[in-house]
Design a protein around this ligand. Structure first.
Ligand SMILES: [Zn+2]
Length: 398
């Protein structure tokens, strides 16, 4: 593992000269072409077309755009070995492993929705400067939450005025997005009681938008989801059991749904490691079924989806398993793939630079073995090579 990290570090400091890469096929976010060469110049794609001259041989693979995971918690560490007094200081260092495992799934961009101590802002900046290996990050700082008995965080807020202050504080600290916990429910707790009121959600949405930022509202249950949608959130996270009216309002207002179905599968699979009682698994599995059913309804109603894993702890490396649930919810593999590429780029307001393979876009390219439009499993399990901003960050072709 040490030597692999060494190789990555060397690649990142190498001059970013242009190169040509030859693929069996290439899906650009819209259509599939056969026998294609993609050339890069610096961190961007220069051209896509027929091959001429020498190129790197990736002719056993299909190229797809670098994937976008729209819901992560890269700084959540399960077993932080550092003394309690210094634990938070070690988090950015320990999160490198999560970042590397994320790249290995073909995810080259994440929207990170909640971190303590602005560790996400530190990671984003270190990655942008090439000082840490990891996906491009859009980060939210602290997620807003109501007072709930525990020690307040710097983003605990009750009432409209406090909500506005805390939103502004995240933006001032360098957040790209705002995250708000609009209901209970997290980890083994699958309750979905609304927390913030409609007025508080509306204040958060307006305060974020006034500063040119977008907002993601978390709700496990239907009441918080209904008010988040009415308040005009840009994306709604989790949200099982949504009523038909809320779903059609989401479709009408083009609000993104990030159902994060797979994260409860991860919790159920790992309940021992996470110290959950065995009976928590029943609740998690029940939530998964309701979450899937809600996703099915929302997809049928024309709601736009973005793929979000809600990966925490040791779930990194499984970021794209969510796509399998999307196919179960009724999407074709190509529609599922859009939720992690072109559609997710729209969510991030980056549809001119991310989520597709076109000249002038970031050279974020994933080589997979097989046809991803026939079988989504090709994307989930057959990633062989990953380029981010013109630099090879994963190479399993040999
Ligand atoms: Zn989350």
């Amino acid at each position: 593992m040490g030597s692999r990290r060494g190789v990555l570090a060397l690649l990142l400091t190498a001059p970013a000269f242009g190169a040509s890469y030859h693929f069996a096929a290439l899906w650009d976010g819209d259509k599939l072409s056969r026998d294609v060469c993609l050339t890069t110049q610096g961190d961007k794609i220069q051209s896509i077309g027929s091959c001429s001259g020498s190129s790197v041989d990736l002719s056993r693979y299909t190229a797809i755009p670098g994937l976008i995971d729209a819901h992560t918690h890269l700084t959540y560490i399960l077993d932080n070995p550092v003394n309690q007094s210094a634990r938070s200081t070690a988090v950015v260092y320990l999160s490198q492993d999560n970042a590397r495992k994320t790249l290995e799934t073909g995810v080259t961009t994440v929207r990170n929705l909640g971190a303590a101590d602005f560790a996400d802002i530190a990671m984003r900046d270190l990655i942008d400067k090439g000082l840490m290996v990891g996906p491009r990050m859009f980060v939210s700082g602290y997620g807003l939450q109501i007072t709930r008995g525990r020690t307040p965080t710097p983003a605990t807020a009750d009432g409209v005025a406090e909500v506005m202050r805390v939103v502004r504080q995240q933006v001032a600290a360098g957040a790209d997005w705002i995250k708000m916990y609009g209901s209970t429910g997290s980890g083994r707790d699958v309750t979905g009681f609304e927390t913030f009121t409609y007025e508080e959600m509306k204040a958060a949405v307006d305060a974020a938008h006034a500063l040119g930022k977008r907002i993601a509202i978390h709700s496990y249950g239907p009441d918080g989801a209904r008010n988040a949608v009415r308040a005009g959130t840009d994306s709604l996270e989790h949200a099982a059991d949504m009523d038909d009216e809320t779903i059609s309002e989401m479709a009408r207002r083009k609000i993104f749904y990030v159902p994060t179905i797979d994260h409860n599968r991860y919790y159920a699979d790992n309940y021992k490691k996470l110290n959950y009682p065995p009976d928590a698994v029943t609740g998690l599995n029940d939530f998964i079924q309701r979450n899937l059913e809600t996703a099915r309804k929302a997809f049928r109603a024309g709601v736009r989806f973005a793929m979000g894993s809600d990966a925490v702890y040791t779930m990194f490396g499984e970021n794209t398993r969510e796509l399998g649930w999307f196919v179960k919810a009724g999407m074709t593999p190509e529609q599922a793939l859009r939720s992690a590429t072109t559609d997710a780029a729209d969510l991030l307001d980056r549809n001119g630079s991310l989520g597709a393979l076109r000249p002038g876009y970031f050279a974020d390219v994933v080589a997979v073995e097989g046809n991803p439009l026939d079988n989504i499993d090709v994307v989930i399990n057959k990633v062989r090579w990953v380029m981010k901003a013109g630099q090879v960050v994963v190479d399993k072709t040999k």
